[in-house]
Design a protein around this ligand. Structure first.
Ligand SMILES: [Ca+2]
Length: 416
């Protein structure tokens, strides 16, 4: 009897061990089915459509109190207030202030929008647009003062008047091509960065006396910022040169270093960390002995070897700025970019969001400390559309404009 009880107790003990072990296994199994920390911290995006029915919304910018200024390529500048109402401020007929000199043509029209860092005291806002005030027409950076009630603008001051505009058709396309056009203040130095394009003009990007194919760095009155590093023979407003068509610029959150995002010619687009006085290495001018239609070799070879004109010609410009990333093998119409900054972005905090036109997507680039891209991730779960502007708005949300006429707000699933 005693033996029987001992055997029963032993069996109970063994069952208890077995149950405990299985239980532990079950717990471990549950634990291991959770995502690795980095992956679990990847945000899931929730998309809200803020505006529809727009005509190529090109860029946007927020005032400190949450009003969203946005441009439409052929209409001009409008504002969306936090209550959702929209008012047209500046541009074509129907705007509070009609700009008779403003026009749109080909790729060009009202492009970049920026809000002054001291907006609360000066009410200054800025747009990039082509203007017939110059003959032939040029692209300009125009400063406006926004009324306190957000219904109108006044005190127009054209702070840059001489950014080249492609005024006539050539073998490579219509007038208005390659104007660049993004405007961004760098929060780290307070200066306004202006991106421009090469106008399908072979000599423009490497010509330091003209403003096409450049990144400019200026103050709120249009004067050159100090320490631009421009070579002595050059226009002091030039921060970097040797670019093709820069339509994106942003600043790394931990350092303030500017990065350009540049639309390429067919073989690839480029993201480039910029340095003062740097040469991007784009030179579509024909070399001696080479002939290109309209003297522009941007889509073919500019040399006797017959290799395609490089976005960064290290053979010709040994000290050219090296790209962080290029989508080698294809140009997908790289357009806007912005660094994501904030704990709500989880594993993507500090990474670069890059938008594509033909590529119709947003790519997230992870970089090392030197600015070289080490990993890329396509943003999942959003419609495939031509991405024209990317801006971090109120509460860290990523606000996106798309060519087909909408502005979206993307919020993340992560609570900081
Ligand atoms: Ca380059």
């Amino acid at each position: 009897m005693k033996n029987t009880r001992s055997i029963a107790l032993m069996l109970l003990f063994m069952v208890a061990i077995l149950v405990t072990t299985v239980g532990c296994k079950r717990d471990r199994s549950a634990s291991s089915s959770e995502l690795p920390i980095a992956q679990a911290n990847t945000p899931t995006l929730n998309r809200t459509v803020l505006l529809t029915g727009l005509e190529i919304p090109w860029d946007l910018s927020f005032t400190p109190d949450g009003a969203m200024l946005f441009s439409e390529k052929c209409r001009g500048l409008s504002v969306r207030l936090p209550d959702g109402s929209v008012r047209r401020l500046f541009g074509t007929t129907g705007a509070a202030v009609v700009a008779e000199d403003f026009f749109c043509q080909g790729q060009s029209g009202m492009h970049g929008v920026a809000v002054d860092p001291d907006f609360n005291s000066n009410r200054y806002i800025y747009v990039f647009m082509p203007s017939r005030r110059s003959k032939p027409a040029t692209n300009r950076v125009v400063r406006l003062t926004l009324s306190k009630d957000y219904t109108s603008v006044d005190q127009r001051t054209d702070i840059v008047t001489d950014i080249p505009f492609k005024n006539s058709f050539n073998r490579w396309g219509r007038s208005g091509a390659h104007s660049g056009g993004r405007l961004r203040f760098n929060p780290y130095d307070g200066y306004l960065y202006v991106t421009t394009g090469d106008n399908h003009n072979g000599t423009l990007p490497q010509d330091l006396t003209r403003l096409g194919g450049k990144v400019l760095r200026i103050d709120r009155n249009g004067a050159a910022a100090p320490d631009n590093g421009t070579p002595p023979e050059g226009d002091p407003r030039i921060f970097t040169y040797g670019h093709r068509n820069v339509q994106g610029i942003t600043f790394r959150p931990d350092t303030g270093q500017p990065f350009s995002c540049e639309h390429g010619p067919g073989h690839h687009d480029e993201v480039t960390p910029l340095r003062a006085g740097g040469n991007g290495g784009w030179d579509p001018a024909p070399e001696p002995g080479v002939s290109c239609p309209s003297n522009y070799c941007g889509y073919i070879s500019n040399n006797l070897e017959g290799t395609p004109t490089s976005m960064t010609d290290l053979g010709k410009f040994l000290d050219a700025m090296l790209p962080s990333w290029d989508n080698r093998g294809d140009s997908e119409g790289m357009c806007p970019c912005t660094f994501l900054d904030g704990d709500e972005w989880g594993a993507w905090n500090g990474r670069l969001a890059v938008g594509f036109l033909r590529g119709a997507r947003i790519e997230i680039l992870q970089m090392d400390k030197t600015g070289l891209t080490t990993e890329t991730t396509r943003v999942p779960g959003i419609p495939s559309k031509r991405i024209r502007s990317l801006v971090q708005g109120p509460n860290g949300a990523l606000v996106v404009s798309i060519d087909s006429g909408e502005i979206w707000r993307l919020t993340t699933s992560i609570k900081p």
